[in-house]
Design a protein around this ligand. Sequence first.
Ligand SMILES: Nc1nc2c(ncn2[C@@H]2O[C@H](COP(=O)(O)OP(=O)(O)OP(=O)(O)O)[C@@H](O)[C@H]2O)c(=O)[nH]1
Ligand SMILES: [Mg+2]
Length: 664
Amino acid sequence: MSTLNLGILAHVDAGKTTLTERLLYAAGVIDEIGRVDDGSTQTDTLTLERQRGITIKSAVVSFVIEDVAVNLIDTPGHPDFIAEVERVLSVLDGAVLVISAVEGVQPQTRLLMRTLQRLRIPTLIFVNKIDRAGAQCESLLQSISERLTPAIIPMGSASGLGTRSPSFMPYTAADEDFMSGLVDLLADHDDALLAAYVEDERGVSYRQLRGKLAAQTGHALVHPVFFGSALTGAGVDSLIGGITELLPAAEGETDGPLSGTVFKVERGPAGEKIAYVRMFSGTVRVRDRLQLGGEKEEKVTAISVFDRGSDDQRESIAAGRIGRLWGLGEVRIGDAIGEPRTTLERHYFVPPTLETVVVPRHPAEKGALYVSLTQLAEQDPLIDVRQDDSRQEVYVSLYGEVQKEVIGATLQNDYGIDVEFRETTMICVERPIGVGEAVELLPKARSPTTPFLATIGLRIEPTASDSGVRFGLDVKAGSIPTHVYKTVEAFHEAMERTVLKTLRQGIYGWEVTDCTVTMTDCDYQAPPRRWPGTAASDYRLLTPLVLMGALKRAGTVVCEPIHRFHLEVPSDKFGATVSAMARLRAAVQTQEMRGSSYTLVGEIPAARVHALQQQLPALTRGEGVVECEFDSYKAVRGKFPTRPRTDYNPLDRKEYLLRVMRRV
Ligand SMILES: Nc1nc2c(ncn2[C@@H]2O[C@H](COP(=O)(O)OP(=O)(O)OP(=O)(O)O)[C@@H](O)[C@H]2O)c(=O)[nH]1
Ligand SMILES: [Mg+2]
């Protein structure tokens, strides 16, 4: 039996969880179909999910259809929880992108499809909710083709749209339009097929065409489209047929080299960590010792594998499977088991651009709050908890207001801590604006003003937007302290780690990005020639001082996250909307009148998006529609905002030395 790890993705409320329920029912795993609105589904199991009727965390369920063991991952659609989707993408063999037949292609649909295509994940499209009034079919295909991808092929036709008993009829070889559409689509990537078909239409059998369709779908070149209703079950059998026929099963040698990815971490009833893994190659067994992201090896104490509707305790988990591992106390989301899978990108979506301070209502719970948030951050690394040293305030990063409410409710329900949030502010970045260099020389002996036994010279230079940070060595091999670091690579790695950590807080306290840091000078002293020898801590502690010196000379500009908006308003509300937008620091770049409404396109600071969404209904009698999407970081005009530091400020040499020396 083959295995297929399948993700269900969509804009919020398109019907992913309902479809999951329908698939479990069709596979005979459940006898009764749960309803999101009653809080009775298999995958929305958290109290908060049931109360709110939305999915917050990805959940795995498994079933068997037509000899394929499917592990299905139901993901959240709300943009505040995009991080959950991101982590799942790296473990999928295929995906179903759900689109509501009434709402059509929505902002999140576009973002998800773009990402699925970039990662070359084989994807079927399921147009859901054809039972609802206003359901579209032909015009939706047009819109999918224009806004998502032209490489689509409808696999059948829907009828009874907007009624309680709609249906979906799959096309067959007898449907001429379907056949010619299929050949046209497949021939785009298959010259031989085109030639054969031109020569003799009947020379290519329908079976061969279906085989080619599966192959091209498997390479994410084309996307078959199904229609149906998760609620009534219409079209679901055809979709199941498509999933087993057209999506490629998991591959991987069970006795190959060990390779897997941790995509979810949760805590069990006794507080123990449980890691969800997808194995790509090799086999992990109970009592195996694994070294993941942490320093030490840890023993796997138990394994469960998702299989045919349940997850059962097993002795091992092999390539292709999804399961859970116990015993790994240090495990974090994203950790690789064995050989990491090489992906060029670490983040598929933009990291959170907002943050807020979390304050316990009872000041005595400050410590407990920090510990609980750190635990939540294990399950969601993008929460990124920071505690500022001086005021002892705890910051969390956010995608939006719903996520804030969910964090608040989770702290209350799971940890019994009642919290308030300060106003949401944006997370800026700093970009160097010039080249800066600094050097500190190896002193004759340690002294309170020159306590580090090392020479470090660093240069920082700005690079293009979105290029991130790069680090390189430009020093002679002989100047590297090989009595501390065994190889040049080890030294490079240690220096890079310290440089990246230091750059998390620039001159104004924001993360520094889009630059290259080069080590230009390096020296050390080593026994037996000179005593004492330079230690790793000399490099670790001196680097921040030198780097910030160089950064100060380079100078930085603070840049804020900017979203691109697409806003439709009724024409009589145009004036009021434009003035409101100006108050929100939005810049309208184009405006166009279409019928009785205006379409405005432009830029707005991320920090104002929520206010815009709140004000819009009142401004436009509830008729305004806005779509926002992160665009870029742009220089803040006027005074730069600052962010409190969480480290020993290396910008202040005296203070830094004092505090570091006291700690060492
Ligand atoms: N009429 C109709 N309603 C549907 C259908 N599928 C889902 N719904 C309803 O749409 C709402 C959202 O459904 P969900 O299954 O929670 O959607 P989701 O995509 O999982 O939502 P999130 O996980 O929160 O992004 C619920 O009220 C469902 O009952 C359908 O085929 N027809
Ligand atoms: Mg859901």
